[in-house]
Design a protein around this ligand. Sequence first.
Ligand SMILES: Cc1cc2nc3c(=O)[nH]c(=O)nc-3n(C[C@H](O)[C@H](O)[C@H](O)COP(=O)(O)OP(=O)(O)OC[C@H]3O[C@@H](n4cnc5c(N)ncnc54)[C@H](O)[C@@H]3O)c2cc1C
Length: 380
Amino acid sequence: MNNLLLESEHNQFVESARRFVDAEIIPNATEWDIAESYPRELFDKFAELGWLGIGVPEAYGGCGGSSILYALLCAELARGSAAIALGFYVHTALANSALVHLGSEAQCKRWLPAAVDGSKVGCWAYAEPNAGADVSSVTTKATPDGDGYVLNGTKIYITNSPFADYMIVVAATRPEQGMKGLSVFVVDADTPGITVSKPLQKLGMGASEMAEIVFTDCRVSKENLLGPEQGGFTRALKVLTLGRIASAALGVGLGRAALQEAKHYCSERVQFGVPLVKNQFVRFTLADMATRLEAAWQLTLHTAALADAGQAHDQQASMAKLFATETCTWACERALHLCGAQGYMKVSAVQRFYRDCKVLEIGEGTSEIQRETIARHLGV
Ligand SMILES: Cc1cc2nc3c(=O)[nH]c(=O)nc-3n(C[C@H](O)[C@H](O)[C@H](O)COP(=O)(O)OP(=O)(O)OC[C@H]3O[C@@H](n4cnc5c(N)ncnc54)[C@H](O)[C@@H]3O)c2cc1C
C-alpha cells in the first residue's frame, strides 16, 4: 500500500518480503500450525535475507535499518503466518533489542553476530506463574554470589524457548525494591541449572513454540548482566518500544490476511442468486475492515517514524499496539463470520487467524496495560 511515509526503497523491500512470504510461508502455514512447530532453518533464511540484522548496528553484523522497515516486515510476515512473525519478533525486537540497548560493547560483540547470522536464536523470559500484567510480582531471584549471580525461579509462556540458544531473563537482584530491583541477564541456554519443559499447548499461534523454564541454582557471571544491576528492567521498558510497534504491525498484517480471505470468499460464494459481495451488509463490513486496518497501519507507521526520528513515542507505541491488536481481533471475527461454515473448518486459514489474533491483545502488555500507559501520558 503506498504511503507518504514510505520511500521507494521501502516499497521494493515490501515487494521482496511479499514474494518470500507468498512462496515460503503461506504454502506451509497450515501444516506448521497443525504440527505445532516450524523448521528452525527458517531463521537461516531470515538471516540470508538480512532480516535478523535490522536494528542491529553494522559493527555487530547488523544492517541498521529503521523501525519503519521493521514494521513493514512484521506486517508482511504476519500476513503469511502470525506464529512465524511472533517467533521472529521475539528474537529480534525483544531478545536482540535488549542486547543492542542494554548491552556493553563487549556483550554486543559476544552475542549479536550469531543472533544476526541465524546460528543462534533468542527468547525473552519475563512472565512467571504469578507475574503477568503486574511486573513488580516477578519472584525469580538473581542472588549476588562471588563474581556473579545465582538464578532461581520459574518463567512461563516463553516463546522460542524450546529451541532458543540464549535467553534474556528478567530477575530480581533486590527483591525488596519491587520493579526497581529487577535486572536483566543474557544467559546461554546450555548453562547448568536450566530446565526447559515440553512445548505448551495453546489456542492459537500453533506453529510458535513456547515453554516453561526453571532456573535451579543456575550460576551466571557478572558479564551476563545487561545494563545496570538495579533499574535494568525499568530501563528496558523505556527503550524496548520496538516490541509494541512489532505487535501493532502483526495485528495489521494478520487483519489484512483476514480481510483478503473474506473478500475472496464473498466474491466467489453465490447465495440467493448473487455473489455475497453484492449485499450491502457484506460490502460495508469489508469497507469497515479496510478502513480500520488502514487507520491502525497509519498509527503504526507514524509511531515507527517518531522512533526513527528519535522523538518521544511511548504513548503512540501504546496507542498503536492497543488499536491495531483490538482491530485485528475484530477483523478476524468478522472475517470468520463472513466466511460462514467454510471459514469454521480446520482446513480454512480464517479459523487459524481467528485463533491466532487474540494473543496479540495479551502479550507485550495487555490492552489494559496499554490504556494505563496512555492515561498516564494524559496526566490522569
Ligand atoms: C502465545 C503467548 C506467547 C507469550 N510469549 C511470551 C514471551 O515470549 N515472554 C514472556 O515473558 N511472556 C510471554 N507471554 C506471556 C505474557 O507476557 C503474559 O500473558 C502477559 O504479561 C499478561 O500476563 P497474564 O497472561 O499472566 O495476565 P494476568 O496478569 O493474569 O491478567 C489477566 C487479565 O487481567 C487484566 N488485568 C490485570 N491487572 C489489571 C488491572 N490492574 N486493571 C485492569 N486489568 C487488569 C489483564 O490486562 C488481563 O486482561 C506469552 C503469552 C502467550 C499467550
